[in-house]
Write a protein that binds this ligand. Structure first.
Ligand SMILES: Cc1cc2nc3c(=O)[nH]c(=O)nc-3n(C[C@H](O)[C@H](O)[C@H](O)COP(=O)(O)OP(=O)(O)OC[C@H]3O[C@@H](n4cnc5c(N)ncnc54)[C@H](O)[C@@H]3O)c2cc1C
Length: 291
């Protein structure tokens, strides 16, 4: 039987209270959101926090809204809420594409957006999704808050820029005209982690790509992004040829490793093919040509 080690438990009543508790208990304290990643790690003794600070009562961190020209998502929003949000889907269809293929309904009902991002698993789907959308993370600390680009949020596998006394509170996605987005994933079975996945966002000026975002996960892409392929697309015609070339560039610059999910060359192939397919679908959506 797997049993976590002895741990203290505190229930935060507000963001300010959570921050005060983090400061009081120091670096051995951990935030408990949905617990879908943290509790299994504690059972395996891969994580042994001294104190859990439960933020599940913080309704102020659970919302999806449009304000200041951005889609704003509270860190405690559950996967299922994002999947159900018509507002999120209307602006960024990629969010629904990704949520539909993350885990299963049990995990999605309680797992949170903030918990997924802070867990920083190198195969995590939303990290690639928010990288493609060029999202901004809001991190609160006892003296105020700071913002960090999604691409600067992860510092390595299972590591982020969130310091021990800080809390991720919100994800912001700028809403820009002429855009479309999509996510494509290959997993070994329904509800499984990706063997490889790609998210794409394109913004058009007529038939030209004015800007593009490409996120990759599980294939060793730096910062979950394919920046060289994005650069190639900027100013290029929105065509099948451009997307195929962008896929090739994305594949060249990622560094997949062979593991139980598949060999590295297969993952590299997926990086190329899924990038091209996600771009194709994002373009259709940008042109209003359906889902
Ligand atoms: C069976 C299963 C299948 C899964 N399949 C997939 C999949 O296909 N794709 C995928 O992307 N994911 C998958 N996951 C991962 C799942 O999405 C995450 O486990 C879950 O969403 C993490 O969120 P949580 O709220 O449970 O985080 P928790 O487990 O509560 O926390 C995770 C970490 O983040 C920290 N943390 C949480 N919230 C904050 C915050 N606001 N600020 C600072 N630190 C914070 C915690 O201290 C902890 O270190 C799967 C998980 C399971 C169990």
């Amino acid at each position: 039987m797997q049993v976590p080690a002895q741990v203290e438990y505190e229930r935060a009543t507000s963001v300010a209270h959570a921050l005060a508790l983090l400061t009081r208990y120091g670096p051995e304290a951990r935030i408990l959101a949905g617990g879908h990643s943290l509790i299994p790690m504690m059972k395996l003794r891969l994580a042994q926090p001294e104190t859990l600070i439960d933020i599940n009562g913080l309704a102020e961190l659970s919302y999806i809204r449009v304000a200041d020209g951005e889609l704003q998502i509270g860190a405690l929003t559950r996967h299922a809420e994002l999947l159900d949000s018509a507002l999120a889907g209307e602006h960024f269809a990629i969010l629904h594409d990704a949520e539909r293929v993350i885990a299963d309904p049990v995990v999605r009902n309680w797992g949170t957006i903030g918990g997924s991002l802070c867990q920083a698993d190198p195969s995590e789907d939303l990290s690639a999704t928010f990288a493609a959308l060029k999202a901004i993370m809001v991190i609160c600390h006892p003296d105020g808050s700071r913002t960090v680009s999604a691409r600067d949020f992860h510092t390595g596998p299972y590591e982020t820029v969130v310091a021990p006394a800080e809390l991720l509170t919100e994800i912001r996605i700028p809403i820009r005209a002429g855009g479309g987005s999509a996510y494509k994933k290959v997993g070994r079975r329904v509800g499984d982690w990706p063997v490889g996945a790609a998210g794409a966002a394109v913004w058009l000026a007529g038939d030209t790509i004015s800007d593009a975002g490409i996120g990759l996960t599980a294939v060793g892409a730096q910062h979950f992004a394919a920046t060289e392929a994005e650069e190639f697309l900027r100013g290029a015609p929105a065509s099948e040829e451009s997307f195929a070339r962008a896929g090739e560039i994305a594949a060249v610059h990622c560094r997949p490793s062979s593991d139980q999910r598949g060999p590295a060359d297969y993952k590299r192939h997926l990086a190329s093919e899924l990038t091209t397919r996600a771009l194709r679908r994002a373009l259709r959506r940008a042109r209003g040509e359906g889902a």
